[in-house]
Write a protein that binds this ligand. Sequence first.
Ligand code: PA5
Length: 445
Amino acid sequence: MISLNIEKTFGFISKEKVSAYDAEVKAAQEMLEKGTGKGNDFLGWLHLPSFISKEHLAELNATAKVLRDNCEVVIIAGIGGSYLGARAVIEALSNSFTWLQDKKTAPVMIYAGHNISEDYLYELTEYLKDKKFGVINISKSGTTTETALAFRLLKKQCEDQRGKETAKQVIVAVTDAKKGAARVTADKEGYKTFIIPDNVGGRFSVLTPVGLLPIAVAGFDIEQLVAGAADMEKACGADVPFAENPAAIYAATRNELYRNGKKIEILVNFCPKLHYVSEWWKQLYGESEGKDNKGIFPASVDFSTDLHSMGQWIQEGERSIFETVISLDKVDHKLEVPFDEANLDGLNFLAGKRVDEVNKMAELGTQLAHVDGGVPNMRIVLPSLNEYNIGGLLYFFEKACGISGYLLGVNPFNQPGVEAYKKNMFALLDKPGYEEESKAIRAKL
Ligand code: PA5
């Protein structure tokens, strides 16, 4: 299970001040438990892990098997909360070079519907030309333009290449129970469907079929993922005292830092497989907290790669940042630095050391340098990359996000701001129903 260390924030904020959040956090926990806070119709994620049944997981695994048995490639069509969680888990657990491996143990997983790039979609359709592929179409609203557009292309290509009957077996929809175009299409075509519960918002939906189905298709153990999340649900429960509750401490510490002028939180990893965990986390916190002219700006870096770019800013730029490091304790493989007789590169001082030891010293050295440079530092220790630990990490961040949003005084479960660009885009594209907006926007151009 993950653990949290906030010692390296105490030069910037006091331990006493963080502990004093106890009462505020209790109130936030109570609002979540009793559903008395803002956005209380979107609290389905709160006890989701402990409610997921064995039968539900078995049904997901059965559908995953159909896709695994019949597809060389599976496309996950979705955007935002309808794609980032699945990608975060799949990339964290996959071999870094999985798509190059000759002996494939799972279909190649590809993502679409998260951009409107013509080149991306063209190149994808070209790549798929000689592939037996399937699609998981994920959209809660069922009307998201990016996803719907990609799915229209993929559906046609799948039907053209595999025939309508086979296409029906390898296209699965994850969407609302009743509403939206994705539901209408799935029902008309007779696709297998999974429902996204009404009371779970996109960015909190990784433990619904939105995340679980793609993760199962990629060959990972969704029972273990859910077990890790369920144990974390207990560890972060409303009945767990503040000092022992990692979600409470994380939420309190980041809010205390924010109240002391630290407006940007940088999520750091030293393992490239965690890149998409950061992308998922950015959406979770950015969409939940960035409103009412408030909110910590969630940023992320991959170290040591970005130490050679953003490292300068972090060390010496404006002192408005703090870091939260996801520190991976045990790596999966062993690789030692070889001894070299000539030592032309001068690296013999590392000979015989594990590459991970070098990485760990880079991590420790960076932490010390950044703290010396005025950057408060929190550390989340992830014991190893497996389903159980990742499930726990995801739930930890979700729970802390709910608490943190209430500490900030916003509704963490809505996202009114994401509608503005859509309205303008539809007006510019002359979508029926947007006639007035079209006129108004053209007058501005
Ligand atoms: O968190 C959210 O609500 C959003 O990021 C949505 O997940 C995203 O916009 C996709 O929406 P939908 O699932 O309706 O296609």
